[in-house]
Design a protein around this ligand. Structure first.
Ligand code: ADP
Ligand code: MG
Length: 375
């Protein structure tokens, strides 16, 4: 039974890029079920982004692979992350001029450190009880596990929200350029899947060779030349040929994976040529996914931090056989879409709406995403 739970929600997202926390405070006055859609909708009242403190980022990145005493390190990182989440909540409440008691719930994604749905688990580092305690607001967290338990990928989670927010036009696709790129195909039935890396490999390469968190505006990539042999080697990755539903993460696409491909080249290539090739790899995997799985696409709306990479956006616009815009042009800033999705998912949870879509995740049934920690 779907209960109406209109009101204020906060969404907190920290994605695979480990760049920071994006938060929004939103007023939702539309049922989560799109068939009952009302006109009032979803309004952003405040948004905030907080870069992850460097020590926390390093801890979270280290937790992506096995290591000494990782259970204790994971618990400590979760607590620190929850404290950063609480700081974002405080900023949002101040900006919106609302007390904590006005908020129905926070949707807090947590930080993915393992995602292996085929082995039956996905792990998001998070401390929702601590966040509820710190803020005095109910927290919905652990959004992926129930779908994985039901046999799905537990990802992507955002397509149901994309459909609620942007789903009024045939031939429209939403493309999120986070660490990983994921597509939502809005034509019924709504589908969604990961296409491969968006920024993750480029970020890792820039971090290793330039000591920066990311290649601003893609300028370093633009200074190099795409190497066709390396690109062909990357494109031969078997995961890319799998049909949806599918999802991926750092478990597969990481610097060790890149190194094995670099070693197949007859001679070394310059670091900026590698960066240029990685950018083309992201573009080509996205184009291939659209051609193969959404050939009727007329319009792509881009969100996520990659939408701010001007060289990436320019290269994508040239490569895709359809129009390319950002979600900003449709009312939602590119860095707020994912956070807004988690506010919406928290709302869907309280309403009892099953927002994990089987056509997206491959689970045999729709499940209610998340677990509630009361205020
Ligand atoms: N001005 C910019 N130029 C190039 N890349 C950018 C820019 N701003 C953000 N990014 C990219 O966006 C990433 C963050 O995107 P985000 O949507 O937060 O991803 P995630 O969900 O994985 O955290 C950064 O790591 C960086 O790669
Ligand atoms: Mg991010």
């Amino acid at each position: 039974m779907i209960q109406p739970m209109d009101g204020y929600y906060i969404g907190l997202m920290s994605g695979t890029s480990t760049d920071g926390i994006d938060g929004v405070l939103t007023q939702i006055s539309t049922p989560p079920d799109p068939t009952q859609k009302s006109v009032t909708g979803i309004q952003i009242l405040a948004s905030a982004s907080l870069p992850l403190p460097e020590t926390l980022r390093d801890s979270l990145l280290a937790l992506n692979t096995t290591g000494h005493d990782e259970l204790a390190r994971a618990a400590q990182a979760a607590n620190t992350l929850a404290d950063c989440y609480a700081d974002v909540v405080t900023t949002l409440l101040q900006d919106a001029g609302l007390p904590a008691t006005a908020i129905h719930a926070i949707g807090a994604h947590g930080q993915t450190v393992r995602h292996v749905p085929e082995s039956g688990y996905t792990i998001q580092i998070n401390a929702p009880a601590r966040l509820a305690e710190r803020t005095g607001i109910a927290v919905v967290a652990d959004f992926r596990s129930r779908d994985v338990a039901a046999g799905g990928q537990g990802a992507p989670l955002v397509p149901a929200f994309h459909a609620a927010q942007f789903g009024n036009k045939p031939g429209r696709v939403i493309l999120n350029l986070g660490g990983i790129a994921n597509l939502t195909v809005l034509s019924a039935p709504v589908r969604g899947f990961d296409t491969g890396p968006a920024n993750m490999l480029m970020d890792a390469w820039a971090r290793q060779h330039l000591g920066v968190l990311f290649d601003k505006d893609g300028a370093w990539a633009a200074s190099g030349q795409c190497n066709p042999q390396l690109l062909a080697s990357l494109m031969a990755e078997p995961w890319l040929g799998l049909p949806p539903p599918k999802s991926t993460g750092r478990d597969l696409f990481n610097l060790a994976w890149l190194r094995t491909h670099l070693q197949t080249l007859p001679q070394a290539i310059s670091n900026n040529d590698v960066q240029a090739t990685l950018l083309q790899f992201s573009v080509k995997t996205i184009r291939q996914a659209i051609e193969q799985h959404a050939p009727d696409t007329k319009e792509v709306l881009v969100c996520g931090g990659g939408a701010l990479n001007t060289h990436l956006m320019h290269t994508l616009a040239q490569a895709l056989p359809c129009t390319l815009e950002t979600t900003q042009a449709h009312g939602v800033p590119v860095q707020s879409v994912e956070a807004l999705a988690f506010a919406w998912l928290a709302h869907a949870h309280l309403c009892g709406y099953a927002a994990c879509l089987p056509a997206v995740t491959g689970a045999p049934k729709a499940t209610i995403a998340g677990c509630l920690y009361p205020a």
